[in-house]
Design a protein. Structure first.
Length: 301
């Protein structure tokens, strides 16, 4: 009997020491790229990597069992992503904090916008790199309207439905005014949730102030500091020193969970540049392949 492997198989995470020494640990977690939960697959559909939500949850479950772990250090380099995936990661971090009684520190790299900033609300302290961009507090959704194109090529669809709103998100026709209002109400609801989460978690920011900041604009690190969206500006090595001081533990070991073949040797390892997002060449491979619209906490300049 023999087995044929048609692609890489997921191995368990292994703990790797990034820097420092001593019995006390800080776990370094990365939120890289567009936030979603689509799995990366190899040949024959075998999963080559977990979705982001599933991956973060697996790491937190392991961290929860480590008695030497004192804090999570979350590095974010993301333009955001789907509303639900962003909210699930935020929720999992909050649950971890309550169960473990551990602190969560957040570092912003190139970009921590929209859903990236939403997830950061689980942090006790937020530190922006001097050249970070953040903000883009808001919601966006795209609905494809193919009616004009189909008319040009002579294609028509006949739809039989139980109610006049059953296909109101169909890409085969535009919204009616009533349907556009319904769609906007959903967007507004998600937007209110985003504003509420910030007001609940950011010291010194009330809901009215957050609402004024939540018009979709992005902020530089200095602007974010002045607006109280972040707590300080620092490089990663300076943030490591701050974490030690804030925890009151002079000797802290920074660790990461990696699979065999991953490579991290220092605090700046494995930090790819956040993808550029625009309406012309946006990569939505993180989303299911369907014509349905997606509600996103995503910066789309």
């Amino acid at each position: 009997m023999f087995n044929i492997n048609l692609g890489p198989r997921l191995a368990p995470f292994q703990e790797t020491v990034i820097s420092g020494e001593g019995p006390n640990k800080v776990l370094l977690l990365d939120i890289d790229g567009v936030i979603g939960d689509g799995k990366k697959r190899a040949i024959a559909g075998i999963p080559a990597e977990l979705g982001m939500v599933e991956k973060i949850r697996e790491m937190l479950l392991r961290a929860e069992k480590d008695e030497e772990l004192k804090a999570i250090w979350l590095r974010i380099n993301s333009p955001g992503g789907t509303v639900t995936s962003s909210d699930m990661i935020y929720h999992d971090l909050k649950v971890f904090k309550n169960k473990k009684k551990a602190r969560v520190y957040v570092s912003f790299m190139d970009l921590a916008a929209s859903g990236g900033y939403y997830i950061a609300m689980a942090g006790d302290k937020i530190v922006a790199h001097p050249t970070s961009l953040t903000g883009s507090i808001g919601v966006i959704a795209l609905k494809v309207n193919l009616q004009g194109l189909l008319e040009k090529v002579g294609v028509d669809f006949e739809v039989v439905k139980s109610g006049d709103k059953k296909d109101f998100l169909s890409p085969l026709r535009p919204f009616t005014e009533e349907e556009r209002k319904m769609f906007q109400e959903t967007i507004d609801n998600f937007h209110r949730r985003f504003v509420d989460v910030i007001a609940e978690n950011r010291p010194g920011l009330d809901r009215e102030t957050v609402q004024k900041l939540a018009d979709g604009r992005v902020f530089t690190a200095q602007q974010a500091l002045e607006a109280k969206l972040v707590d300080r500006i620092a490089y990663l090595d300076e943030t490591a020193d701050f974490i030690k001081s804030d925890l009151g533990i002079p000797n802290v070991k920074v660790v990461a969970y990696q699979r065999p073949g991953d490579y991290k040797t220092n605090l700046y390892s494995s930090m790819p540049q956040a993808p550029a997002i625009n309406l012309v060449n946006i990569d939505l491979d993180f989303l299911p392949q369907t014509s349905a619209p997606y509600f996103m906490y995503l910066w789309m300049p």
